[in-house]
Design a protein around this ligand. Structure first.
Ligand code: FMN
Length: 368
């Protein structure tokens, strides 16, 4: 099991995300690596996410003055330096001792939005203190008692988070064959900073998260959006939408934005690629609310592709954890800078000087 220690020791620079992934595979202990990398079931949805990008192409325009490029945008009125943001992911502490504090500082300095999970290793308040300026949103997993969800939302609001991202694609935890076959147990002492009340003792012999599993509200329906808005002034973003119908319902119930995602292929093995769901969601609600995207983004041209299909913001998942493992705060800083540089290069290559010029006319013929 000992393949190395996740930590700042191996702060080797990386020049591509491929190199970063290989470096992370060398330093992250095997169980934690399986947890980060795994998808649901046979991992078909996870592979489909990448295939959906490979299938699509871009249609570049030439002889446009691209000496000055502007990558800035706003996400729910928050001015950010780039259209990509850091997805909410559980337990950054598995990858680096400073956990979310390191991620928060790197993102805040780069003025990149980061979203922090209910299952963060550091507490809601510690993350806020690490990077008080943000921009920073809080991701909510609904708790079986609304009072517990309310407590988390109120803590986030008090600590200066500026939106609540409600994840709706996890009424139950999807099957993780890769982990089940390993008899996977995350270090029993891996703490969750939001407080032990959000975890229940896991009685299954091979617990997906070790000793405890996340408490979920499998009974929740769309009215929960109304309940949430009755207890907070913060805008609510709904994460985990894969259909135009659900996007419409989210908007009807007051969502200010929807995030098209299949959870990085970690929930439903047969789910369609998130990128394939993006056009129907944009058609359904794109003129009413902001539409974001995540799942399978591995380079800046993927960001550009999602923007061309109508996303306003694009989430980066696993690569952030790789960077954290390889270089802590510096690793995440380097990743964000690498993505910005790559995005600027790609925009120059397709002849688009600002994000408002990225639209469907950028989409080329599919490769297959
Ligand atoms: C290790 C790991 C933990 C995650 N934890 C959460 C979580 O706590 N809440 C959540 O809404 N999504 C969670 N996700 C899903 C991400 O927010 C995001 O949807 C996904 O990682 C994007 O796909 P990508 O990793 O291919 O970029 C997690 C993903 C990973 C890889």
């Amino acid at each position: 099991m000992e393949r190395g220690t996740a930590g700042p020791a191996a702060s080797a620079p990386f020049s591509t995300l491929g190199e970063l992934e290989r470096a992370a595979a060398r330093v992250v202990p095997e169980d934690a690596w399986a947890y980060v990398q795994s998808g649901a079931g046979d991992e078909d949805a996870m592979r489909a996410n990448r295939d959906a990008f490979r299938r699509r192409t871009l249609r570049p325009r030439a002889l446009i003055d691209v000496t000055h490029l502007d990558l800035t945008t706003t996400l729910l009125d928050e001015r950010v330096s780039a259209p990509f943001f850091i997805c909410p992911m559980a337990r950054h502490g598995l990858l680096h001792p400073e956990g979310e504090a390191a991620t928060a500082r790197a993102a805040s300095d780069a003025r990149v939005l980061s979203v922090f999970s209910t299952l963060s290793t550091r507490s809601i308040e510690e993350i806020a203190a690490a990077a008080p300026k943000g921009p920073r949103w809080f991701q909510l997993y609904l708790q079986p008692e609304f009072a517990a969800s309310r407590n988390l939302v109120e803590r986030a609001e008090r600590a200066g988070y500026t939106a609540i991202m409600l994840t709706v694609d996890l009424p139950v935890l999807g099957p993780r064959d890769r982990l089940a076959e390993r008899g996977f147990v995350i270090a029993e002492d891996a703490p969750v900073g939001s407080g032990d009340e959000i975890l229940a003792p896991d009685r299954s012999p091979k617990g997906a998260l070790g000793r405890y599993s996340l408490r979920k509200d499998a009974a929740a329906t769309w009215n929960i959006l109304d309940d949430l808005q009755s207890i907070t002034h913060l805008p609510v973003v709904v994460k985990g939408i894969l259909t135009g119908e659900d996007a419409r319902r989210a908007v009807t119930h007051g969502a200010r934005a929807v995030l098209v995602s299949n959870h990085g292929g970690r929930q439903l093995n047969s789910a369609q690629a998130a990128l394939d769901a993006l056009p129907e969601v944009v058609r359904s609600v794109g003129s009413d609310v902001e539409v974001y995207f995540d799942s399978g983004v591995r380079r800046a041209s993927d960001v550009l592709m999602a923007l061309a299909l109508g996303a306003r913001g694009v989430g980066i998942g696993r690569p952030v954890l790789w960077a954290l493992a390889v270089g802590g705060e510096g690793g995440v800083r380097h990743l964000l800078s690498l993505l910005s540089t790559e995005l600027a290069t790609d925009m120059a290559l397709v002849g688009r000087r600002r994000l408002s010029e990225v639209d469907r006319t950028l989409l080329g013929a599919p490769r297959w």
